[in-house]
Unconditional design. Structure first.
Length: 239
């Protein structure tokens, strides 16, 4: 099954990427000569998807000027997130674009390997045995991330940035998902976090109560660009 739509979260300021993000949004930072958005757009196109919704905010004009309304055959719809109110708020704004169909969600600063991308995009769900597919990867320092606590292939809950030495798993949330329409109900239940934002992991934890969230482990290298050091490391790692 090929999905017709994908959503990319690209509204962030990229504070930890300054001074690179003083004049451009984080999504437009270049890695190996291509913007972070381009890396993901290429994977979307290769998977057979034809429509992309970009959630934009900070310096969105730079993204629109570069990609316009179509890029290499991909139709682009721009979705405004005028205030930085969190990832759940960003996704909620894409509801009208997606409708009730299944869709992919990608963070612009995450680049998963081709095999993982295609497995998540094309995995058969004809018996409706999950509401969410979430990509996970194993890391040596899970306390820096959202840790996935699993029971077999089912994700029980996400423990956001646990204390050092208290993490229950080395598998973390890779920031790449496939959702069905159940996500919208879960987002409506999300309250503002301590950071004064609506957090997507809180919506995921709501769905995990029903054991409907399935783990897909990354098959190869997964790049997560959080700060300048991550970008430098990625430049050396990416072929």
């Amino acid at each position: 099954m090929i999905f017709l739509k994908a959503v990319i979260l690209a509204a962030g300021k990229g504070v930890r990427m300054r001074p690179l993000t003083d004049k451009i949004p984080k999504a437009m930072i270049k890695l190996k000569g291509k913007t972070l958005l381009e890396w993901n757009m290429e994977k979307i196109k290769a998977a057979g998807i034809t429509e992309v919704g970009m959630v934009v905010g900070y310096k969105k004009e730079e993204i629109v000027k570069y990609f316009k309304n179509e890029w290499k055959g991909l139709k682009i719809t721009y979705i405004d997130q005028p205030e930085q109110l969190g990832t759940a708020d960003a996704l909620k704004r894409a509801k009208d674009f997606v409708g009730n169909d299944e869709f992919l969600l990608i963070h612009c600063d995450v680049i998963v390997d081709d095999a993982t991308f295609n497995e998540v995009a094309k995995k058969d769900n004809q018996f409706n045995d999950f509401d969410v597919l979430i990509a996970g990867r194993e890391v040596p320092d899970p306390w820096r991330y959202g840790v996935l606590v699993c029971e077999g292939s089912k994700v029980k809950y996400i423990d956001e940035k646990p204390a050092f030495g208290e993490e229950l798993s080395k598998i973390i949330n890779a920031g790449f998902y496939r959702f069905n329409s159940k996500i919208w109900q879960a987002i409506e239940k999300v309250k503002k976090s301590e950071r004064d934002e609506y957090e997507l992991p809180d919506a995921l934890n709501e769905l995990m109560k029903k054991k409907r969230v399935e783990l897909v482990m990354c098959k190869g290298k997964c790049i997560d660009i959080g700060d300048i050091d991550d970008l430098k490391n990625a430049e050396m790692e990416m072929k």
